[in-house]
Design a protein around this ligand. Structure first.
Ligand SMILES: [Ca+2]
Ligand SMILES: [Ca+2]
Ligand SMILES: [Ca+2]
Ligand SMILES: [Ca+2]
Length: 597
């Protein structure tokens, strides 16, 4: 109590203010009265607590340049830290904003209710409405208690306007062990109801309460494989759950597709042979659709859906260039017909006159495919400047390559995902974006050939390389059109789509918030958004007015139009269900994202 009083009096002078629906602090009794506080997926009302310690104060009405929280924002309680975050509290005649306290004793709780609709949405003027898909622990608890949340997939599962969702969970574990059994996993279907809430309906959608893809999923692609007008999904599956990679085949399992059925349900089909799958693509032919899977223990596997079933056509896809496609490959659709005859694949080769894996050059190859005939159209190799001696995290000595990209030096560097993007401006070229993961010197030194560097003096970075693609498949590197790129973050997935419905493609990186690595903690799981400014540039948008995830530890996101109004919405969730990360928090945006004028 003394700390609380002294902190307030020390920081702010006393000005009276008329307080409405805010917390109230009585310094005489050290009682804090809270109208509503969110804990996990519940809202507790009329709560009274004592305060143990005031940890921080964002601002007050005595400071004119600090923006007040709308008065109906809820408190948020972090049970792991025993910390309460208070948007507004009335004390000593002032209103204080964004106050964080350590909770003493809980004296009273009036009522609690499930926060299916997060009423705090009304607190943020950029939001139309917010709601939560509550952690469906009963649907996966027989597999494990705290699974990884791999994908939250928007999909239409009934005929109303609201998107429904299929979420894939898989169970991490077996760290470093040699295990040959399947990675436990579960699919959960959230179906919108007439009253706007969501219901878990695995029985109707999958025909079973527990339903599985058959392991961990690494990437997925969406497309109508069976031509019924509803999206199907192909998953690069593996059992890479933390188990030892020494026996690679123990990390392998068959690819899966999740197919729409004529009665509106979905069923899993397993295809081909086990692989340590990592990449997947859907390929449109003139009269059929192929699904193609790449991985680390066998060649590409491809399956053609024709006349109602899949047949193995892998021999058509096995080619001399596909050795690195386990990492990533992309079908390049014809710009007008959507039919695929060209592919982009990641590539690697040994830099000449140097020994050691570290010296490998990374590249991208554009190939033409005509039936089972493959021809190389164009290749691009990211030049290795020189080789240095390298001490890894595990203090093993080796070699490492140094590359210069967009004027900056990096250690290592490999392409791990790509997308095909329409021209940024009318009349421009289509683009191929390749995401590169590399390491950057934390000391910003000028790197010198033959010197010794330690991985511990580096930080991992992820950034995009841009290439112009012309109609013949030419691949020309171009300077990055990104303004203010956020490279010191970690992400697996990104979208090259028009996210604000202005007809111009944008770029969204679904970057993680990883407190354990001090990454993007302030962003609370929100994606990094680059909006097309219409002048050929992708400008990083200020996302501070979008809501953060409440709860969880490691966080992630995706964007999709959930309510069908043409405005992309924000979907936030944990990397795992641990620490409250299992609630999928959905924020319907009131208007399309825009850059400031
Ligand atoms: Ca629906
Ligand atoms: Ca379909
Ligand atoms: Ca746009
Ligand atoms: Ca929307």
């Amino acid at each position: 109590m003394n700390k609380f009083i002294s902190f307030f009096i020390f920081v702010f002078s006393v000005i009276t203010f008329d307080a409405n629906a805010t917390d109230n602090y009585n310094p005489d009794s050290n009682h804090l009265s809270i109208p509503a506080v969110v804990l996990g997926d519940k809202v507790y009302r009329d709560v009274v607590i004592t305060i143990d310690e005031v940890l921080s104060i964002g601002g007050s009405n005595a400071i004119p340049n600090y923006t007040a929280k709308p008065s109906d924002s809820f408190d948020y309680y972090d049970s792991d830290r025993n910390q309460l975050t208070i948007p507004n509290v009335s004390a000593y005649g002032n209103i204080y904003y964004d106050v964080v306290v350590r909770v003493g004793v809980v004296l009273a709780v009036g009522s609690s209710s499930k926060a299916t609709l997060l009423e705090s949405a009304s607190a943020n003027p950029s939001l139309l409405k917010s709601f939560v898909l509550s952690d469906p622990s009963s649907s996966y608890k027989d597999q494990c208690l705290n699974p990884t949340i791999q994908f939250v997939i928007p999909v239409k599962l009934n005929d109303d306007k609201l998107q429904d969702f299929i979420v894939h969970y898989w169970c991490p574990g077996n760290l470093g062990k040699e295990v040959t059994t399947a990675t436990p996993d579960a699919l959960v279907a959230f179906v919108s109801q007439a009253d706007g809430t969501y219901k878990i309906d695995n029985e109707r959608v999958f025909g079973s309460t527990l339903y599985r893809l058959g392991g961990a999923s690494r990437k997925y692609v969406r497309g109508d494989i069976n031509g019924d007008g509803r999206d199907d999904f192909a998953f690069a599956m593996n059992w890479e759950d933390g188990r030892s990679g020494a026996i690679a085949i123990s990390n392998a399992t068959e690819p899966s597709v999740l197919m729409s059925m004529s009665d509106g349900s979905y069923r899993v089909t397993r295809l081909g042979k086990p692989n340590w799958n990592h990449s997947v693509e859907i390929v449109k032919n003139s009269n059929s659709v192929d699904v193609v899977f790449g991985g680390f223990v066998r060649d590409l596997q491809a399956f053609r859906f024709i006349n109602g079933s899949f047949s193995d056509i892998s021999t058509e896809y096995v080619n001399q260039y596909a050795g690195s496609w386990g990492t990533s490959f992309r079908a390049i659709p014809d710009a007008s017909t959507g039919i695929t005859q060209q592919f982009a694949g990641t590539a690697s080769r040994q830099a000449t006159n140097v020994n050691g894996w570290a010296a490998s050059e990374q590249g991208i190859q554009i190939l033409n495919k005509l039936s089972s005939n493959w021809t190389l159209v164009k290749e691009y190799w990211q030049k290795v400047d020189f080789i240095v001696n390298w001490i890894s995290w595990q203090l093993t000595s080796g070699l490492q390559s140094v590359k210069t990209i967009n004027g900056k030096q990096y250690f290592g560097g490999a392409y791990d995902e790509m997308c095909i993007m329409p021209a940024l401006q009318k009349g421009g070229s289509r683009l191929l974006l390749a995401k590169m993961g590399a390491a950057q010197d934390t000391k910003g030194r000028n790197l010198i050939a033959g010197q010794t560097y330690s991985e511990q003096e580096t930080t991992p970075v992820n950034f995009y390389n841009f290439f112009a693609l012309d109609a013949t498949g030419n691949l020309n590197p171009i300077p990055s059109p990104i303004i203010n790129e956020e490279s010191q973050s970690n992400f697996n997935f990104f979208d090259c789509k028009d996210v604000n419905n202005d007809g111009l493609p944008d770029l969204v990186s679904y970057a993680f918030t990883r407190p354990g690595f001090y990454e993007r903690i302030a962003d609370g799981g929100k994606p990094t958004i680059y909006l097309n400014n219409g002048k050929g540039q992708l400008v990083r948008k200020d996302i501070s007015n979008l809501p953060k995830y409440s709860g969880g530890n490691e966080l992630q996101s995706t964007m999709a139009d959930v309510n069908g109004d043409g405005i992309s919405d924000l979907i936030l969730f944990g990397s795992t269900t641990h620490q409250g990360g299992g609630n999928v928090q959905i924020h319907l945006l009131r208007s399309n994202l825009q850059l400031p004028n």
